[in-house]
Write a protein that binds this ligand. Structure first.
Ligand code: ZN
Length: 443
C-alpha cells in the first residue's frame, strides 16, 4: 500500500463523528457501527487473521493468537471516541473533514487518539502482508467511551479478558508524547510510566438563607471562600516520584539557559522550586488542588444557606485519596465547612509505576531512537487519566507513549480547537508501531 493510500484511510477514519457523550446524554452509536464496518474494508489482512469482537456495544477487541501460548499476551490500546468539536468555527478545516492541508491532516481525534487506532491497524496490516506472525499473542483494544471514563468500553474489555483468564504482560497506551516543558530548551520523548489519581470533593458551608439587605456579619458563603483560600495556601507537599526524578535528571542538559546558574548545575530541590511556577511543572511534583465549581444562591439578593464548591484533586504516586481527604478535613473542619466525596465511582488512586527493566520499555525506547535519533528519551508521568486505569488491573506494566509531536502547546494540544497531525508524524507512527510490535511480539 502506498503512503498516499494510508493517508486516505486515516482521513476517512477522522470523518466518522464518533463523539462520546457525558453520562445522561444519549450516545449516537451509528458512527461507531459505521467506523467498525469501514475498518473491515480498509484493513482486510487484519480482519482475516485477527479475531474481532464488539464489546460493550461499541468497543473493538482484536486478538491475533501467537505461536507460543506460554507467553503472556501484550496489548496496544487506543480509543475510537473523540470529544465534541462544537461548530468548528475556530478551525482552519472542519473538524470532521480529515482534510490534508499544509502537510497536516486536520480533524477531531487526529491526536487523541485515532492516530492510534489507524496507525496500529495499519502497522498490523503491513506486517501481516509482509508475512510476519508474532510468537506472543497480540491484542488491540479500541474503547468507545474513553473520554467519559471508559466504564462501558475498557471496563467491559477487562471483564471479558478476565473471564477468559487473560493476564497481560504489558499495555501500550497514550499519555506520553514528544513535547517540551516550559523550562526545557527543546522537545523530549516522554514515556509515561504512571498516571495520577483522581478525586473530587464537595465542600459545603451551612448558614441561614436570608435577605441580602440584612446579612449576618459572617455568612456561610464567607466561610466557604475562606476555606477555599486556605486550601490554595496550604498546597500538598511536593513529592518527587521516581519517573519524575529520572526525567529531571535526564533533561538537565536541555534546561533553558536562564535556569542554569553558572557556579553549579541545579539540584533536584532547586529544579522543583523552579518548575512549580508553571502549572505543567507543578502537576509533575505534587497532588494538585483545582477549585472547579462554586455555587451560592440563585439570585443576587438571596444569601445562600448552603453554598458549596467542588474541588478536583490529582494525586501524585505516593499520595492517596485518603491522604487528600484528611488534608482537606484539617483545613475545612475548623472553618465549619463539610467535606464529602462527590462521586465514589470516580475516585481513582494513582497508578503503579511501570518498570523500565522490561523488553517493552526497551522496545519503545529503541523504536523512538530509530525514528528520531537526536531526541532525548525520558520517563515521566501523565497528569490526566486514560483507559489504562482499567487495563492496569490485568497488566504487569502499562506504558504510555504516542509517537506524535504536540508542539509548543504540550499537553494543551489535546482536545484543542484545530486538532491536527503532520503527515510525517502519522507515517512515523505507523513505523513506530510496526517496530514495537515486531520487537515485543517476536521472542
Ligand atoms: Zn485520549
Amino acid at each position: 500500500m502506498t503512503d498516499r493510500q494510508k493517508l486516505e484511510i486515516f482521513s476517512e477514519i477522522l470523518r466518522y463523528r464518533t463523539v462520546s457523550r457525558q453520562p445522561g446524554e444519549t450516545f449516537d452509536m451509528k458512527p461507531f457501527m459505521e467506523i467498525a464496518e469501514y475498518l473491515k474494508k480498509a484493513f482486510p489482512q487484519v480482519h482475516r487473521y485477527f479475531k474481532r469482537e464488539i464489546v460493550g456495544g461499541g468497543s473493538l477487541l482484536y486478538t491475533l493468537q501467537g505461536s507460543d501460548l506460554s507467553l503472556k499476551p501484550f496489548m496496544l490500546t487506543a480509543h475510537l471516541d473523540v470529544v465534541p468539536a462544537d461548530d468548528g468555527e475556530n478551525w482552519l478545516e472542519p473538524p470532521f473533514s480529515g482534510k490534508l492541508r499544509d502537510g497536516r491532516i486536520w480533524g477531531r481525534g487526529a491526536i487523541d487518539y485515532k492516530v492510534g487506532v489507524s496507525g496500529m491497524l495499519q502497522a498490523c496490516e503491513d506486517f501481516l502482508e509482509g508475512g510476519f506472525r508474532p510468537d506472543r499473542t497480540l491484542i488491540l483494544a479500541f474503547g468507545h467511551d474513553e473520554e467519559v471514563g471508559g466504564d462501558t468500553g475498557a471496563a467491559e474489555i477487562v471483564r471479558t479478558l478476565t473471564d477468559r483468564g487473560v493476564s497481560l504482560s504489558s499495555v501500550l497506551d497514550e499519555g506520553g508524547y514528544i513535547y517540551s516543558y516550559p523550562w526545557m530548551e527543546r522537545d523530549a520523548a516522554v514515556i509515561g510510566l504512571a498516571e495520577k489519581g483522581y478525586l473530587t470533593l464537595r465542600l459545603t458551608a451551612h448558614g441561614v438563607q436570608g435577605h441580602a439587605s440584612v446579612p449576618e456579619l459572617n455568612t456561610a458563603a464567607g466561610s466557604l471562600c475562606r476555606c477555599l483560600a486556605e486550601l490554595e495556601k496550604n498546597q500538598f507537599t511536593a513529592k518527587l516520584c521516581s519517573p519524575v526524578k529520572m526525567m529531571l535528571a535526564a533533561t538537565s542538559g536541555i534546561l533553558r539557559e536562564s535556569l542554569v546558574t553558572h557556579d553549579h548545575s541545579p539540584t533536584a530541590a532547586e529544579i522543583m522550586q523552579t518548575i512549580e511556577q508553571w502549572p505543567s511543572g507543578n502537576a509533575l511534583i505534587r497532588t494538585t488542588t483545582a477549585i472547579t465549581m462554586i455555587r451560592g444562591s440563585s439570585k443576587e439578593n438571596i444569601i445562600p444557606a448552603e453554598p458549596f464548591a467542588l474541588v478536583n484533586f490529582r494525586a501524585v504516586p505516593g499520595d492517596s485519596s485518603l491522604d487528600i481527604l484528611n488534608h482537606v478535613l484539617c483545613v475545612a473542619e475548623p472553618l465549619g465547612v463539610d467535606v464529602q466525596y462527590e462521586d465514589t465511582n470516580q475516585i481513582h488512586e494513582p497508578s503503579g509505576i511501570a518498570s523500565m527493566e522490561t523488553d517493552e520499555y526497551g522496545a519503545i525506547e529503541a523504536a523512538i531512537r530509530g525514528i528520531w535519533p537526536d531526541i532525548t528519551v525520558v520517563p515521566g508521568i501523565f497528569p490526566a487519566a486514560t483507559d489504562s486505569r482499567h487495563y492496569c488491573k490485568i497488566a504487569d506494566n502499562v506504558y504510555r507513549f504516542e509517537p506524535v509531536h504536540l508542539g509548543k502547546d504540550g499537553l494543551g494540544a489535546l482536545h484543542s480547537e484545530g486538532e491536527s497531525i503532520s503527515v510525517e508524524d502519522y507515517l512515523n507512527a505507523i513505523s513506530f508501531y510496526t517496530v514495537y510490535v515486531r520487537s515485543v511480539g517476536a521472542v
